[in-house]
Design a protein around this ligand. Structure first.
Ligand SMILES: Cc1ncc(COP(=O)(O)O)c(C=O)c1O
Length: 406
């Protein structure tokens, strides 16, 4: 991606100022991307979508033909995804599950539980005995596995391989397998092992991590004389905000997973990416409200800000963006349009905090009030991770576009 798709560009220029900011989703681009990802993966590898990346119902529905299921990480996501894509297989993960969430998941017949601690395992066993005595509930204990030194160095968000609250310590593995196989938890079935160690890994790093997880899980099972039918190796495929045109190498990753699957016949491998599936289909479109100099630099304040698109603030990057000059209507005011004098501006939002920066040092010679700015890679961890109501500005619009001019 080097800029907005034609459908996004058209809509960003067609919306009135009071209809901005807006999230624009190119649904054809999403479907094309998903088809390419699915085609790159071996048939034996299951693809679950981590709904936390973007749970808009339209997105969840568009994903359905390409994914085997959805990973949900709260009771809220569970109910929401179940409603949007009824009948789709769900895997329930996430730390700190409450008894009420576990009960809701059992009631909905969730296919898999990713269990995060021994305490949670015991709670699930107790609840299953009371609420679902005639059922077998598939469990994949999540482990925070050791990884080879440096293998998560490229990661932007590390959740494993070091002390974290995610998953269980590998030292607890024997106890957990014991509990699941010695008759202590008769309603629970040890289906496999789950791990999600980091986000932001490129294909070679992901393959190395996936290989270590599978090797560790298979060795654990062999030690206990049990058979695992599934290993989930997590998500975390890289999205490079500094190089928005680049893509995770799904072909190389798929070929590597194929080799891994071939080495372990009978084992279903599963991945659960979020960001790398939906980031590319979303744009945050807005307009320039003001342009001004400050101590040798220039700032353009746009309608909206990081309360709608928190991604650059949380990840500390500049959100990739494109300026669309706007000349559709004659300037209605007696005073001139404020314009950038230099060729670089910092794009900020309407919040009263210096942290409300969307992108620094953007080449935008001649940028004027009223011009449109379209921020890319806004289809994942964007609106849904933002602090929407700080300063009580209006919420953005949402448009799910099906083609140019739509
Ligand atoms: C357990 C689990 N699985 C999958 C994901 C998805 O990660 P990503 O969106 O980086 O692919 C996350 C993200 O935090 C996660 O915690």
């Amino acid at each position: 991606m080097t800029g907005p798709t034609p459908a996004v560009r058209d809509r960003a220029l067609a919306l009135r100022p009071d209809e901005l900011p807006a999230y624009l989703y190119d649904m054809a681009a999403l479907r094309g991307h998903l088809a390419a990802v699915r085609a790159a993966l071996p048939a034996r590898v299951e693809l679950y979508y981590a709904a936390k990346a973007n749970p808009e119902p339209e997105i969840l529905i568009a994903l359905r033909p390409y994914v085997d299921g959805y990973e949900v990480s709260s009771g809220g996501e569970l109910a929401h995804v179940h409603k949007a894509v009824p009948g789709a297989p769900l895997a329930f993960g996430g730390p700190g599950k409450t008894p009420a969430e576990l009960a809701a998941a059992m009631e909905l017949g969730v296919e898999r539980f990713h269990v995060e601690s021994v305490y949670e395992l015991r709670m699930l066993a107790d609840m299953a005995a009371r609420l679902a005595p005639d059922r077998r509930i598939a469990v994949l204990p999540r482990f925070n596995l050791p990884v080879a030194d440096g293998s998560l160095d490229g990661s932007s968000l590390t959740m494993g391989g070091r002390p974290t609250p995610f998953g269980m310590d590998p030292a607890q593995a024997d106890e957990v397998i014991g509990l699941l196989t010695d008759g202590s938890c008769p309603q629970l079935e040890l289906r496999g092992i789950h791990a999600h160690l980091a986000s932001g890994l490129h294909a070679a790093e992901q393959l190395a991590v996936s290989g270590s997880i599978v090797t560790w899980a298979v060795a654990l099972a062999a030690r206990h004389g049990v058979t695992l039918s599934e290993v989930t190796v997590g998500g975390g495929m890289a999205v490079d905000y500094a190089a928005p045109e680049s893509r995770f190498d799904w072909a190389a990753y798929g070929a590597g997973l194929d080799r891994l699957a071939a080495a372990h016949p009978g084992l279903t491998l599963r991945i659960e990416p979020g960001r790398a599936l939906t980031a590319y289909c979303g744009w945050y479109a807005t307009e320039v409200l003001d342009v001004k100099p400050s101590h040798g630099e220039e700032f353009a304040v746009v309608r909206g800000g990081t309360h709608h698109l928190r991604t650059p603030a949380t990840k500390g990057h500049d959100q990739p963006c494109t300026v669309l000059p706007y000349d559709n209507e004659p300037w209605p005011h007696a005073w001139p349009r404020s314009a950038a004098r230099g060729d670089r501006v910092t794009l900020t939002g309407q919040l009263c905090t210096p942290k409300d920066v969307l992108a620094r040092d953007v080449p935008a010679a001649g940028l004027r009030v009223g011009d449109r700015v379209v921020f890319g890679l806004a289809g994942a961890y964007a609106w849904n991770i933002s602090h929407h109501d700080f300063l009580m500005h209006p919420h953005p619009g949402f448009h799910f576009l099906t083609g140019p001019g739509q």
